[in-house]
Design a protein. Structure first.
Lengths: 81, 497
């Protein structure tokens, strides 16, 4: 069952709805948001995913990271941290 | 026969004491508004500009004739066709969002005409309702003839009868402000905040741009409307004076709430028209400059006059002056097929101008436009490539204002999630969250577009969402005015090659 999440990519002008899978990794989730926003924001490979203000290990799955439906996550450029 | 000054005062102030019913039954608080006060507290209510019905009708007739004379002289289709394409799209924004919203103003004004607490207030509200009819009918009449030129103008009638995302947001705003409002909050929210402040943006600001754009019929129409707004807006001041004696904290809340809600709606309606859809050499000022001169100075002076404070979110608001409508416009450009008007990419000269006018955050916005331009450069221009330069992921919306989550800056979006009663809500900004939490029972059950899609109420696939839910068609959905074929974009492509 996909988990609907509010994704905010640094550099973008609005938030996007991202449907995540529980088994998907955090890195894959970050890439998914980047792809969705690519019309407005150029791809940057050096990014991190923030959830509840903390950087999440990119190797964790969405379920392991504890992301739940309609939560917010951010994908930010690493130098912004 | 009595002359005017001998009878007007008596006709305006025709109140009486009730013997068969109680005053609070004639004017129930639920519809007259809070605080409920006996009429003795309202008896000194005075409007500053007094008029009789006969004077009103004579004056309105002359104003109508003046508008129609301009229409007959320069309002023919061939005159309209000479206007710049981006400006015509500014007209489509206004045509859809305002005339039927003015009709909801009829309902709100009639509530004042029945439940206003003094007869002079009720008389002024009756004139206000007649004004709002006029503000509905004249634009509908003038824009209707343009449907032959461009079917997107049909959205003047259609917009509020759709579930287009911007229509959902506009209805959420106007339904609360006008249709479902008690007489006191209508007087504060509409007459005081909206009509003494934000309609200046739309009517004075756009009249000036219309003149610069040689659009004389639109200029005359909205100037004529603004003269009405300036009169019935006066209802707000004497209502505010009475309220300040009894519940100043409530007054502060109403002003802060409606200033923010009005800002959200009109920063888009007017900001986009001024800074993007008017030709560069026809912009006498930026949206921010106009806000500072026409809204902020005047509003702060008025607050000071009544002993009120700036809204608590003033710093947030001032920051948004530099960025909010830019974020909305860039977002909307990349979802232009979800709207009923066409868009343009700001040219290099326009981006230079925008950088001068909005130095604080323009670097962030410029990077977004570079990326959009790069996409057109890759795909090449042409109508067939419109969807290759278009977003595909579902945008997200605020649970209060129903507008895209475009608060803050591209570097730091201010959206915030609230968990309440086993549901999650998201807000674009702290003020939207604050408004929601002051009256959650009013707002909690309204579903934003994302939640309608997730619940299956609205289609998830973009083509179905556009046609079935937003009621757009391939002919009417928004496009790039030039389908990406900009002289400067071609030139850059050639130089790259």
């Amino acid at each position: 069952m996909p988990i609907p999440l509010y994704g905010f990519l640094e550099g973008d002008t609005l938030g996007l709805l991202v449907l995540a899978e529980e088994a998907q990794t955090i890195l894959e989730l970050a890439r998914k948001l980047q792809d969705a926003a690519n019309i407005r924001v150029a791809r940057n490979d050096d990014v991190e995913l923030l959830y509840n203000g903390k950087t999440i290990d990119p190797g964790l799955t969405v379920a392991q990271a504890g992301l739940q439906a309609l939560d917010r996550f951010d994908v930010i450029w690493r130098h912004s941290i | 026969m009595l002359n005017r000054d001998e009878w007007l005062s008596l006709a305006r102030k025709l109140d009486w004491d009730y013997t068969y019913v109680r005053e609070d039954e004639v004017f129930p608080q639920v519809i007259s508004g809070h605080p409920w006060l006996p009429h003795a507290e309202w008896k000194d209510w005075e409007e500053s500009f007094k008029t009789s019905y006969r004077e009103y009708v004579d004056n309105q007739y002359e104003k109508d004739m003046a508008v129609y004379a301009v229409r007959d002289a320069v309002g023919r289709l061939e005159n309209i066709q000479k206007l710049a394409a981006p400006w015509l799209n500014s007209l489509k924004v206004h045509a859809a969002a305002l005339p039927l919203a003015e009709f909801t103003g009829v309902i709100g004004s009639l509530r004042g005409a029945r439940f206003g607490r003094d007869s002079a207030w009720r008389t002024m509200s009756t004139f206000g309702a007649l004004d709002e009819y006029r503000h509905t009918q004249i634009p509908l009449l003038l824009f209707h003839q343009l449907v032959r030129l461009d079917s997107q103008f049909d959205w003047a009638h259609k917009f509020y009868h759709t579930n287009n995302w911007f229509a959902i947001a506009a209805r959420h705003f106007f339904d609360e402000l006008t249709l479902g409002q008690n007489a006191i909050e209508f007087a504060i929210g509409t007459n005081f905040v909206l009509e003494t402040g934000f309609t200046n943006l739309q009517f004075v600001g756009l009249a000036s741009l219309a003149r610069e754009s040689s659009d004389h019929i639109f200029e005359r129409m909205i100037t004529s409307i603004q003269t009405d707004e300036a009169r019935h807006a006066q209802i707000g001041h004497p209502v505010l004076e009475v309220l300040m004696k009894h519940d100043p904290e409530y007054v502060q809340y109403l002003l802060d709430k409606w200033f923010w809600r009005s800002w959200r709606t009109f920063s888009i309606l007017t900001g986009v028209s001024i800074d993007y859809l008017t030709a560069l050499d026809q912009r006498p000022y930026s949206f921010k400059e106009f806000m500072e001169e026409w809204i902020i100075d005047q509003y702060l002076r008025t607050l000071n006059e009544f002993g009120l404070k700036k809204p608590w979110y003033w710093n947030i608001f001032e920051n948004e002056l530099d960025i909010y409508h830019h974020m909305i416009y860039a977002s909307a450009y990349t979802y232009r097929a979800t709207l009923w008007f066409d868009f343009v990419i700001p040219s290099p000269a326009e981006r230079k101008w925008l950088r001068q006018k909005y130095p604080k955050y323009w670097d962030h916005m410029d990077a977004v436009w570079e990326q959009v331009i790069e996409r057109w450069r890759t795909t090449g221009p042409g109508a067939a490539n419109e969807f290759a330069v278009h977003g595909t992921a579902m945008p997200t919306f605020c649970d209060l204002c129903q507008l895209p989550l475009s608060g803050g800056t591209p570097r730091k979006n201010t959206a915030n999630v609230l968990a309440r009663d086993e549901r999650k809500y998201i807000f674009c900004s702290e003020p939207c969250r604050w408004i929601f939490l002051r009256e959650p029972e009013r707002y909690a059950n309204h579903k934003d577009l994302v939640k309608r899609v997730l619940s299956g109420e609205a289609p998830a696939e973009l083509p179905n969402l556009l046609t079935e839910y937003f009621r757009l068609t391939p002919e009417t959905w928004g496009k790039d005015v030039y389908h990406g074929a900009y002289d400067w974009l071609e030139a850059k492509k050639a130089s790259v090659a």
